[in-house]
Write a protein that binds this ligand. Structure first.
Ligand code: SF4
Length: 610
């Protein structure tokens, strides 16, 4: 095969054994890579009901066929496992040199099984795999860990590691690389910690083989040039996603004080223009010429990489209007290996619980010092941190009262940074995302605000499905960044051309949509297989707060979602997807996508409609 290496590396930590495995061309063509490979491997190899933090869970690191080549923004890696936070399929992506090195070492994916006997570092150098004692690295923060490993293995090494949160099995611990690029929101870092795997180092020395190297070289040069010429490029380089703070404020969707409001009185002081005055550098993922990591110095005088999500969640959502302090919290999250979105959500939840007297600890909105101390306590599971380390869903179960009304999650994953009191489409996108309430698969909110946010209609459903196909499907399988397309208008036509040059295959967007649907349906099948008869359409509902507690501020004061209309839109979504009224794929839908095995297995767990 060209483009793909055609090999997975399987590592068993319990036995300290590793071996390469060839996989068939039908897997490559049917699932592409990245999320497609991850869900296929986890579906095939995990038994339903496996404890996510046990040696029986598997950790998958998967690349797509474009990654490692000089193709714009293609340096992404999907990290996946059964999630300890949601109890089902979980993944995230990281822009990292580790994925380039993994591909150069000759692998499209790494599958990690079992559990080490003591903390370990995995070193993959082409065919040579070593199981090294983590020694003094265990217990260190993620940035120091990476620095120490880079000192040993050199600046070209691709390094992935966890911080103390992953070691302490915090359910929203992530995996960190390149001084703060992180991924794996649904606790994939905790799965790594449960395996006593502190870090992975990749060093590869092979050249990747493209089907048409000359065509690829010309195409790449043209594509990079094209991005530089886009009118939106210059402003993007100044602010990256930080411009979204101002946009969200203007449109009343900036999550504020645990999503009770969509406007924040200090939005300007945490916005893109404030950030520009503090910015000291730009960082980014491999092979990207629109690098969007805004590096600033926080109140702790340390560097911190800001983007919209981490600033909104650690700023307005916890009532903090000082960007230097937000940056310091974000730096702490990266050092500890905590997902910043879930962290901001959990902190907002704790502040509201404190306000309402449901917990004895006093945690005030916008108070930096006590918040920073709480962040440390979460990573080390101390005091209230022990409860919060379980995520908002479980924390609400524990503290009781009516806190489940304002525990802001879907299927256990904390909501990302858009308030949906008046954004039913975005609420539906959160609720039907592959991993719980994440914005990556279908960031429909910008289109929704432009085209009629108050409506609940079929056009919105279609738009969400299109976005899930392109962003959550094709981009996540190719492991390329969605932002060139979303933010500067880099056209979709480029991707079949890249695929042709690298793999030699002619795949048009219809074929790519089919693959995206296959991956999406298999992911849904994974969820249903885990839940069995407990699965219901209620799992595809956004948090109760958005239905029951109208906003009290801003131009959209008094907004809330309409539950009946939302449910009608959800049923329309199911119909369009070929799912039944419970949100379970029908047998004919699975069969049409070549997922006959999934249909057979699901039938053993739930009643399957024809
Ligand atoms: S646009 Fe930003 S997130 Fe995307 S690849 Fe470039 S640096 Fe990474």
């Amino acid at each position: 095969m060209n483009g793909w290496a055609g090999k997975f590396l399987r590592v068993n930590l319990s036995k300290a054994k590793a071996g390469a495995e060839r996989y068939g061309a039908e897997i490559a063509k049917g699932f592409l890579g990245g999320r497609g490979f991850a869900v296929k491997i986890l579906w095939d190899e995990l038994k339903p009901g496996v404890d996510a933090l046990s040696p029986d869970n598997k950790l998958v690191f998967a690349a797509g066929p474009l990654t490692g080549f000089a193709i714009p923004s293609s340096g992404k890696l999907v990290v996946a496992a059964k999630s300890p936070l949601t109890g089902s399929y979980g993944d995230g992506n990281i822009g990292t040199a580790a994925v380039v090195q993994m591909r150069k070492a000759g692998y499209d994916a790494l599958i990690v099984e079992g559990q080490a006997k003591k903390p370990m570092v995995l070193l993959v150098r082409d065919d040579n795999v070593e199981f090294l004692d983590a020694g003094e690295l265990w217990g260190l923060d993620s940035l120091t860990t990476e620095e120490k490993l880079a000192d040993i293995y050199g600046p070209a090494a691709g390094i992935l590691c966890i911080g103390p949160a992953g070691e302490n099995l915090v359910k929203f611990a992530n995996i960190v690389s390149q001084k703060g690029r992180a991924g794996g929101r649904p606790g994939i870092g905790a799965v790594m910690g449960s395996k006593l795997l502190k870090a992975i180092v990749f060093l590869g020395s092979h050249d990747l083989l493209a089907a048409f190297p000359k065509e690829l070289k010309e195409l790449s040069a043209e594509a990079y040039r094209e991005i530089l010429m886009k009118p939106a490029y210059a402003f993007w380089k100044r602010q990256g996603t930080m411009m979204t703070i101002e946009w969200s404020q203007e449109n009343s969707v900036l999550p504020t004080r645990n999503y009770s409001e969509g406007v924040f009185e200090k939005a300007a002081s945490i916005g893109g223009f404030t950030m520009e005055k503090m910015k000291v550098a730009n960082r980014g993922c491999p092979q990207c010429n629109m690098t969007c990591g805004n590096v600033v110095k926080g109140s702790d005088r340390k560097e911190s990489e800001l983007d919209y999500e981490n600033v909104a969640m650690l700023g307005s959502n916890i009532g903090l209007g000082n960007l230097k302090q937000v940056a310091a919290l974000n730096r702490a999250a990266d050092e500890l290996g905590l997902d910043a979105i879930s962290l901001g959500n959990v902190l907002g939840f704790a502040m509201e619980a404190s306000d309402k007297g449901l917990i004895k600890e006093r945690i005030s909105w916008g108070k930096f010092k006590e918040t920073k101390a709480l962040v440390q306590n979460i990573a080390f599971r101390r005091g209230l941190g022990e409860t919060l380390a379980e995520g908002v869903y479980r924390a609400a179960e524990k503290i009781g009262g009516n806190s489940n009304q304002w525990a802001m999650h879907v299927k256990g994953l904390e909501v990302s940074a858009y308030d949906c009191h008046m954004a039913p489409g975005m609420a539906l996108a959160y609720s039907t995302s592959s991993i719980g309430a994440h914005h990556k698969d279908a960031w429909v909110i910008s289109w929704e605000v432009k085209t009629g946010r108050e409506s609940y209609n079929a056009e919105k459903v279609d738009k969400i499905i299109d976005l899930q196909r392109i962003r959550g499907g094709v981009f996540e399988c190719l492991t390329v960044c969605r932002l060139p397309w979303v933010e500067v208008g880099f056209e979709l036509d480029w991707y079949p051309r890249f695929l042709h040059a690298t793999t030699g295959l002619e795949m048009n967007w219809n074929t790519l949509y089919m693959i995206a649907d296959r991956v999406f349906n298999l992911t849904r099948a994974f969820w249903v297989r885990e839940y069995g008869n407990e699965w219901s359409c209620e799992l595809d509902a956004p948090p109760a707060r958005w239905f029951e507690e109208p906003t009290t501020k801003g131009a959209l004061k008094g907004s809330k979602l309409d539950r009946d209309k939302y449910n009608q839109m959800l049923q329309a979504y199911y119909m369009r997807r070929g799912w039944d009224e419970r949100g379970i794929p029908k047998k004919k839908t699975l069969n049409a996508l070549g997922l006959e095995d999934a249909a057979k297995q699901l039938k053993k767990r739930v009643k399957l409609s024809d």
